[in-house]
Ligand binder design. Structure first.
Ligand SMILES: C[S@@+](CC[C@H](N)C(=O)[O-])C[C@H]1O[C@@H](n2cnc3c(N)ncnc32)[C@H](O)[C@@H]1O
Length: 253
């Protein structure tokens, strides 16, 4: 009994020394998040929707002076406090960017990894943001999305797609991302934090994004159309009609 009490007291002392259970849970989330991002010194990483800059600061320290952290926000005052925070933390490997709901503002191919922590469900134009995120990733680079299943009791977000609450269903997220040039690397259904959180690790797929495929197929259609018209013109020349109007496809092809 006394031994148990001593062990419990020692545990409490250890937790307090480590900053308490809340600090421990943030630290364990950080370890899992860094692993999901494949974080190491020298990497170029973006924290899109950086909020108060806590995660940008953590990532900036991890990637070190040889790496780089991009922190983006759509709200100017939040971006200002991120800038102040990162400056006070003494980080020099930093670029802060004021993005929009259509564009992250990140340079093309800038990133080895991107973190979206509790941000995806805030997008009011998810298709454009997906295209912009994909464009910012190098080939095969990772995008880590931490989000929550829709929460009916959380505040309503203006302008976002209707999803039955504040958040996004994991399956719906995977469907949207994989339709737009991302593939799933790993899924964690038991993520730390309020709501009903999960983490999905995506990778920029090697093939072109669906949007690009569509453009290419249009180009192919146009090339096919040109070939067809050339065949008609050649047939008309042979027929000696000489008039394009007289050479409509049913007669000449
Ligand atoms: C719930 S907060 C999460 C903040 C931070 N990622 C964290 O985990 O503490 C969501 C943030 O995303 C930002 N946001 C919303 N839409 C965005 C977009 N399209 N691009 C960048 N940031 C966005 C909001 O301004 C807000 O600061």
């Amino acid at each position: 009994m006394i031994a148990n009490c001593r062990r419990a007291a020692a545990l409490v002392v250890a937790l307090l020394a480590a900053g308490g259970p809340a600090a421990q849970s943030v630290d364990s989330e950080a370890a899992r998040t860094f692993e999901a991002l494949g974080l190491r010194a020298g990497l170029r990483v973006a924290d899109v929707g950086a909020g108060n800059g806590e995660w940008a600061e953590r990532i900036g320290r991890e990637v070190g002076e040889t790496g780089h952290i991009y922190a983006t926000e759509v709200e100017g005052d939040k971006l200002q406090s991120v800038q102040t925070r990162l400056k006070e933390a003494g980080l020099k490997n930093v670029t802060t960017i004021l993005g929009t709901q259509e564009d992250t503002g990140l340079p093309p191919g800038c990133c080895d990894a991107i973190l979206l922590r509790m941000v995806y469900h805030h997008f009011t134009d998810p298709p454009r943001m997906r295209a912009s995120l994909r464009n910012a990733l190098r080939r095969g680079a990772r995008l880590v999305v931490i989000d929550t299943e829709p929460q009916k009791n959380w505040r309503h977000l203006e302008g976002v797609p209707e999803r039955g609450g504040h958040g996004i269903n994991e399956e719906a997220l995977v469907r949207e991302m994989t339709a737009d040039g991302f593939e799933v690397v790993a899924r964690h259904d038991d993520w730390t934090g309020d709501g009903d959180r999960y983490c999905v690790v995506f990778r920029r797929a090697e093939g072109p994004a669906v949007g690009t495929l569509r453009i290419r197929s249009h180009a192919r259609d146009r090339r096919g159309e040109w070939r067809r018209l050339r065949r008609i013109a050649a047939a008309c020349k042979e027929n000696g009609t000489g008039s394009r109007a007289a050479c409509s496809p049913p007669r000449c092809s």
